[in-house]
Design a protein around this ligand. Structure first.
Ligand code: XBP
Ligand code: MG
Length: 252
């Protein structure tokens, strides 16, 4: 089956958003609510094991703050904290300070020109996706994506495959017609769970993850003047990922 569509994870894949984006936004929300919670970069790496901001905060309290007395309306507090966190994060995005990763814009433009369909499959909140695309990729680029599958649209977040299955159903595509792009173990468990062939680009938080099942693991998508390196799997393309190289990965 020919390659019809590319499905992209967002956090860690399109942009390095976690350490200097989501993390300080959580901390700003905690301060705003007068909480003494503070997530430093190494702790945040551990917390990333749980996807979804609301789920991550609950996990933090359960695993790291047994001293915290949960109010009876704990779920409401988490929801309010998460709203504040989204406000801080999208304000950060609006400043245009979160760049796309190498090769992302170049590859998206090439795919678009070739009529390849594009989608997003992420656990993050929808306005975070729009904010990133509009401010860091290009104004109006949200429309480049036929489907944006995000956040609570499915109750079971990654590593459950549900978000990818939802996106495939929406597009009327079989997994064999697509490639997925991921950066993390939870992400590839989700994409492989949906039977999608997956290209992984690593980042500092995920380089030691288990990427078994990946078609190939690369440092990043690369640029003509800044070649990517292969971490595992066979990569016979140029030093940067092109649509042709994706087509041969998809066939192989
Ligand atoms: C992303 C996430 C998200 C973000 C925060 O995972 O786990 O929770 O860290 O976003 P993936 P929200 O890249 O695998 O989709 O606070 O909006 O949930
Ligand atoms: Mg990710």
């Amino acid at each position: 089956m020919p390659l019809e569509a590319l499905l992209f994870d967002v956090d860690g894949t399109l942009a390095d958003t976690e350490r200097d984006g989501h993390r300080p936004a959580f901390n700003a929300a905690f301060r705003e609510f007068g909480l003494d919670w503070d997530w430093d970069a190494p702790l945040y790496g551990k917390l990333l094991a749980v996807t979804g901001g609301k789920e991550r905060m609950k996990h933090y309290v359960d695993a790291f703050r047994p001293d915290f007395e949960k109010p009876t309306d704990f779920d409401d507090l988490i929801a309010e904290l998460h709203k504040a966190k989204t406000r801080h994060y999208t304000a950060m995005l609006a400043k245009g300070n979160v760049p796309m990763r190498p090769g992302v814009k170049r590859l998206l433009e090439e795919a678009r020109e070739a009529g390849i369909r594009l989608a997003v499959a992420t656990t993050t909140t929808p306005e975070n996706v729009t904010g990133l695309l509009e401010h860091s990729l290009e104004k109006g680029s949200t429309a480049w994506f036929e489907v944006i599958a995000a956040g609570d649209i499915v109750p079971a977040k990654k590593p459950a495959p549900d978000i990818y299955i939802w996106a495939l159903e929406k597009m009327g595509l079989a997994p064999e017609q697509c490639l997925a792009f991921e950066d993390s173990e939870n992400g590839i468990r989700a994409s492989r769970g949906a039977r999608l062939k997956t290209l992984v680009t690593i980042n500092d938080y995920t380089r030691d993850h288990d990427f078994s099942g990946a078609a190939v693991v690369l440092s990043d998508l690369g640029e003509p003047d800044a070649p990517a390196t292969a971490i595992s799997g066979v990569w016979e393309g140029l030093g940067y990922v092109t649509l042709d190289s994706l087509k041969s990965l998809h066939r192989g």
